[in-house]
Design a protein around this ligand. Structure first.
Ligand SMILES: NC(=O)c1ccc[n+]([C@@H]2O[C@H](COP(=O)([O-])OP(=O)(O)OC[C@H]3O[C@@H](n4cnc5c(N)ncnc54)[C@H](O)[C@@H]3O)[C@@H](O)[C@H]2O)c1
Length: 376
């Protein structure tokens, strides 16, 4: 009944152990394999995510993303989205935790930091879709929105495509200008970086990733115009009702592929389109990849809202590495008292016996305590 806790430092140690590129390659392969599972629809039950959105004390969103692997285990990701975090609090916009449960008894088996894992799996998802929908010789990457997700978009795509030129823009000039420095860890020595306006980025790209924190109703983040006819777009930032990044005219001529239709239809670029205009989802794309490669010469969109299977897959990879090198802390998190007596576990030692405390009714009667609000 122990719970394995993998902190941010444990996750970082797992990544250091295998190496950043090896980890990204493994997550791309594992996600592809999970999507390729012919029995996937019977294996996984993935309800749509739910959450709270609020404007106070800060503009934000807190969501829970469940998954049941039937007959095996359950998983929930808790994710917070607070777009003012970077500049107001020095924190990432997306903070998250990953939880795994034993479905024989409800025991919480694993709690892991999900912040780095989210960024890695979001990059990996774009890579899985782009391998099918983008031209294999794509060498120019456009990034609109140059924050945390943009880093892993470049990383994941650089593992599959011969990226040589990266065009970057961000409404925050400091974020755009710092991008090349922030990706030095990837050692992409042959890549040249250019900071320019959104429409220029879109016009130059063989593959375009939009990963902005645009506000609800604030899109599109570039104008439809001089895009390459074969451009493939990973639309990463549209993940809430009303929050979209792409121009409608572009969606109308493109093959638009949701990651997970029930969610993308509510939160992604797909919310703008009628059902008959939607292409295959990520699982269908992977399972029929030969058939969909014919679309590499036309405009394609991967509508990435981010779904729980991606998080479940990346946690599986991290758990494997943690077990291999003994990472994490195991704690007795849950009470294991007498099944019929929740107080049984409270019995202390003779040196520290269970205190019953003051009887509230007697204390009030004796005038030692006042009922709340009595003298107002
Ligand atoms: N699809 C997924 O699986 C997935 C996963 C994680 C995050 N996201 C989404 O991706 C987006 C980016 O997340 P992040 O963690 O990189 O956030 P971030 O805050 O690190 O970066 C977002 C950047 O977008 C910029 N931006 C906002 N509006 C813009 C605009 N109109 N044009 C250009 N730049 C603009 C901001 O200045 C910011 O630097 C968010 O919307 C988030 O909800 C999606």
């Amino acid at each position: 009944m122990r719970t394995l806790i993998l902190s941010a430092e444990d996750v970082a140690a797992a990544v250091r152990h295998v190496g950043l590129n090896a980890l990204m390659d493994e997550v791309i392969a594992a996600l592809h394999a999970a999507c390729d599972d012919q029995h996937g629809n019977e294996t996984y039950d993935v309800p749509k995510r739910e959450g709270f959105s609020y404007d106070n004390p800060a503009v934000g969103l807190l969501e829970w993303m469940p998954l049941l692997k039937r007959d095996v285990e359950a998983f929930i990701k808790l994710v917070g989205y607070h777009p003012n975090n970077p500049w107001k609090r020095g924190l990432p916009t997306v903070l998250s935790s990953l939880l795994k449960f034993d479905t024989t008894n409800g025991h919480l088996r694993v709690v892991a930091d999900g912040t780095l894992a989210t960024a890695i799996r979001t990059g990996a998802a774009s890579a899985v879709a782009s391998r099918i929908l983008a031209r294999p010789d794509s060498s120019t990457l456009g990034l609109i929105g140059a924050g945390a997700q943009a880093v892993t978009q470049l990383h994941a795509l650089s593992r599959l495509f011969p990226i040589r030129e990266v065009y970057v823009c961000d409404i925050d000039e400091r974020v755009a200008q710092s991008f090349a420095r922030r990706v030095e860890t990837l050692r992409l020595d042959d890549v040249r970086f250019h900071v320019c306006a959104a429409n220029e980025v879109a016009g130059a790209a063989d593959i375009l990733c939009t990963a902005t924190s645009v506000a609800v109703g604030g899109g599109p983040v570039f104008e439809d115009g001089a895009l390459l006819p074969s451009v493939h777009i990973n639309a990463v930032g549209s993940d809430f009702p009303g929050k979209t990044e792409l121009p409608r005219s572009l969606l109308d001529r493109a093959l638009v592929c949701p990651d997970y239709l029930p969610q993308a239809a509510r939160e992604g670029e797909c919310q703008a389109l009628p059902p008959e205009q939607l292409g295959p989802d990520l699982m269908q794309l992977v399972r029929g990849c030969g058939q969909y490669a014919a679309n590499q010469t036309r405009t394609t969109v991967f509508d990435s809202t981010g779904f729980a299977l991606e998080d479940y897959v990346v946690l599986g990879v991290l758990e494997r590495i943690a077990a291999e090198i003994g990472l994490g802390l195991e704690v007795e998190m849950e009470s294991r008292s007498d099944p019929h007596d929740p107080y049984a576990g409270l019995a202390g030692s003779p040196a520290a016996p269970l205190r019953i405390g003051v009887d509230l009714k007697e204390a009030v009667a004796a005038g030692g305590l006042q009922r709340p609000g009595k003298n107002r």
